[in-house]
Design a protein. Structure first.
Ligand SMILES: C[S@@+](CC[C@H](N)C(=O)[O-])C[C@H]1O[C@@H](n2cnc3c(N)ncnc32)[C@H](O)[C@@H]1O
Length: 236
C-alpha cells in the first residue's frame, strides 16, 4: 500500500505562513513558463511581524527555495533558539516540507508559498533577519531564460536590506558559471562583505547533507561552490 505522502491541511496549518500573503506575493505564477511579468514596483506592502508570527523574539533566518526542506528540518532541530522561515514557489513542496516538520513537532519553522522576488520587498521588514540561505537556485541554463533566475542584483539588494548588521547570506550552487555571476553580484553590493566559505564535511549518514540537491550533486562527485557574506553596519 502507498504511504500517504502528506498530512491533512488542518494539521499543516500551523506551519503555513499566512496563505493570503503567499498569494499576494506571487505564488500564482506558473514557474514552468515563468512568463508572468513581475510588477515594476511593489505596490502594497504588509510587513510580517516575526514576534507575532512565532510568539517569541528569537532571531529569524530565511531560506529561499527550500524544495523538499532538508535544510530547514536539520537546522530547526539543531537550533530551537532560532526561528526559520522558508519561501518556496511550488505549493507541493511547501506541503511536503510542512508534513516533515509536523511529524517531528517542530515549532520554530513557518513556510510561505510565494515568489521570493515579491515576498521579500512586500513582506519582510528591513534589518529583521539574522541570515538568508539560498542553496542551489535553479540555474535556468539557456541564455534566454537567465531572466528567470532568482539571484539578481535586485535580489542581492533585497538581501542587504532585510539582513541586520552582522547578519549573513549563505549560498551554494553546483554551476560554476552561476557561482561566478552570484559572487560578482555579491561583491558589487557595498553593504555586504565576503567571509570565508564554510568547509565541506563528510556526511555521517544519508540525511547529513545541507540540502537534497547537495546530496545529489556530491554523490555525483560534482564540486560545490559556496559563498558567505556579512551585512555591514551601513547600507552603502
Ligand atoms: C534547484 S531547487 C533547490 C531546492 C533546495 N534548495 C535544495 O538545495 O535541495 C530550487 C528551488 O527553488 C524554488 N524556486 C524557484 N524559483 C523561486 C522563486 N522565485 N521563489 C521561491 N522559490 C523558488 C524551486 O521551486 C525549487 O524548489
Amino acid at each position: 500500500m502507498r504511504r500517504r505522502s502528506r498530512l491533512p491541511l488542518e494539521q499543516l496549518a500551523p506551519y503555513l505562513l499566512a496563505e493570503e500573503r503567499g498569494r499576494q506575493a506571487g505564488s500564482e505564477r506558473d514557474r514552468t513558463t515563468g512568463e508572468t511579468p513581475l510588477p515594476s514596483s511593489v505596490a502594497s506592502s504588509s510587513l510580517l511581524d516575526w514576534r507575532e508570527v512565532f510568539g517569541n523574539n528569537h532571531p529569524v533566518e530565511l531560506e529561499v527555495g527550500f524544495g523538499k526542506g532538508l535544510f530547514l528540518l536539520t537546522a530547526a532541530q539543531a537550533h530551537p533558539e532560532i526561528n526559520f522561515v522558508g519561501v518556496e514557489i511550488v505549493r507541493k513542496y511547501q506541503l511536503f516540507t510542512a508534513t516533515r516538520l509536523a511529524k517531528r513537532g517542530l515549532g520554530n519553522v513557518r513556510l510561505a508559498c510565494a515568489d521570493v522576488r515579491l515576498f521579500l520587498p512586500r513582506c519582510v521588514a528591513a534589518a529583521s533577519l539574522q541570515a538568508v540561505h539560498i542553496y542551489f537556485p535553479d540555474p535556468w541554463w539557456k541564455k534566454r531564460h537567465h531572466k528567470r533566475r532568482v539571484f539578481t542584483a535586485e535580489f542581492v539588494a533585497e538581501c542587504a536590506r532585510v539582513l541586520r548588521p552582522g547578519g549573513q547570506l549563505h549560498a551554494a550552487t553546483d554551476v560554476e558559471e552561476y557561482a561566478a555571476v552570484m559572487s560578482a553580484l555579491l561583491d558589487a553590493q557595498p553593504a555586504l562583505r565576503p567571509l570565508p566559505p564554510p568547509s565541506e564535511k563528510e556526511p555521517l549518514h544519508d540525511l547529513d547533507y545541507l540540502t537534497n540537491f547537495e546530496r545529489k550533486f556530491r554523490k555525483q562527485g560534482k564540486p560545490i561552490f559556496r559563498m558567505r557574506y556579512e551585512r555591514s553596519e551601513s547600507l552603502s
